[in-house]
Write a protein that binds this ligand. Structure first.
Ligand code: FMN
Length: 175
């Protein structure tokens, strides 16, 4: 499901889009699937932040939650809509984790993106649209507060909500 006039492409069951960043979030590695779906060459994406593939359909509040989680040295799960160099939209289920050295210091971040469940994309697209609407009229702090209230009202934790939505797609992912 794509609100924009771009062509949508879909991940395969065995797609694993992987990338690594330094502490500032600059990309230091992207695998073949990262190149295939992002449509950028290594030369184009190395040393750049991931907002290279940011889709305007994604609310800022989602990335605020991502970075707050990483700064707490926790892993983050999310359904993310990305945009390739040639304007192809692709939804992923992303897991983003800090990487550590032998002393336990965070030395960068690592992301693996898989084919998302249909339920997850449909649910999160609705929520992201609401957050975007709030961001346009009232700003990001309000949309972030709305997201936290939504979780509280529904007695949900972000992580388990994401993982449960993804597991609902075991019988068939998003196409
Ligand atoms: C390891 C890692 C992977 C990321 N993957 C994505 C991604 O696939 N798509 C995306 O839009 N942002 C991703 N981000 C978040 C970006 O760093 C950035 O916060 C986001 O694109 C919003 O950018 P902006 O604040 O400049 O608009 C990732 C961050 C990290 C640390």
């Amino acid at each position: 499901m794509n609100n924009y006039s771009t062509k949508e492409v879909f991940l395969e069951d065995n797609t694993l889009i992987t990338s690594k960043t330094d502490l500032k979030g600059k990309i230091i590695y992207g695998n073949q699937d990262f190149i295939k779906y992002g449509e950028y060459t290594e030369k184009e994406f190395l040393d750049k932040p991931h907002n290279l593939i940011r889709h305007p359909q994604m609310p800022k509040a989602a990335f605020k939650l991502l970075w707050e989680t990483l700064y707490k040295k926790k892993e983050f799960f999310a359904f993310v809509c990305n945009l390739s160099k040639n304007n192809h939209t692709y939804w992923v289920f992303a897991n983003i984790t800090p990487s550590y050295d032998e002393q336990g210091n965070v030395i960068g971040y690592y992301s693996v993106r898989r084919r998302p469940s249909k339920e997850g994309v449909m649910t999160m697209q609705g929520i992201y649209n609401k957050l975007l609407e709030i961001e346009k009229t009232q700003g990001m702090e309000k949309s972030f507060a709305f997201a936290l209230d939504f979780l509280k009202e529904n007695k949900l934790e972000w992580d388990s909500f994401m993982v449960e939505l993804q597991n609902k797609g075991k019988e068939g992912g998003y196409r």
